[in-house]
Design a protein around this ligand. Structure first.
Ligand code: IMP
Ligand code: MG
Length: 174
């Protein structure tokens, strides 16, 4: 097994999720937004986030595949599961674990916009410094992260490590 180097502790994550939730609470108030989580990686983040937000909201999921079992993007995005909620006229918050190249975000954004939401914003726990430097439009961001394959807190490598409460970089990968 590849060695893991811890980069974010559960208490750092908890503080940051609380801060994001406070921003979302003040921005959405009584709008009853739909939080669309990206499976599977965002499931832990989304679960913690919605419990902190403390306003009426709905939750749905979308599932796309780009990585398969490796650590590098195939560059092709396939929609594996669509949202079940009618998003027309709704305020939508897309919630993802990590924005890496930004390709998934771009595809999902176009897809969700085609459903005619009243608004669409993006909330990501992590985003690469490189994609932020390119100007990726992320409305609510937890932490910028450098290169290096990250795992834990819902995020996997070949379906391993999702259950870890902290976030790690997989040494010797990426
Ligand atoms: P993008 O399309 O290149 O932005 O990649 C987005 C998706 O790839 C993320 O939502 C993750 O599911 C996955 N991904 C990207 N980087 C990592 C990583 O370092 N660890 C685990 N999954 C990753
Ligand atoms: Mg993902």
């Amino acid at each position: 097994m590849a060695p893991l180097r811890r980069i974010l502790s559960r208490s750092q994550i908890r503080r940051t999720v609380k801060g994001l939730a406070a921003q979302l609470r003040s921005d959405y108030g009584e709008e009853r937004p739909v939080f669309v989580g990206c499976l599977k990686g965002a499931f832990v983040f989304l679960a913690d986030l919605v419990r902190q937000v403390g306003i009426p909201l709905q939750v749905d999921f979308i599932m796309v595949s780009s990585y398969g079992m490796g650590t590098t993007s195939t560059g092709k995005i396939t929609l594996l599961k669509d949202v079940a909620t009618d998003l027309a006229g709704r305020h939508v918050v897309f919630v993802d674990d990590i924005i890496d190249s930004g390709l998934t975000l771009q595809c999902v954004r176009e897809h969700l916009l085609s459903r005619g939401p009243a608004s669409l914003r993006v909330c990501a726990l992590l985003a690469r410094e490189s994609v932020l430097a390119e100007g990726a439009a992320i409305d609510y961001l937890g932490f910028p992260v450098p290169e290096g394959f990250v795992v834990g807190y819902g995020i996997d490598y070949a379906e391993q490590y999702r259950q870890l409460p902290d976030i790690y970089v997989l040494e010797g990968e990426g």
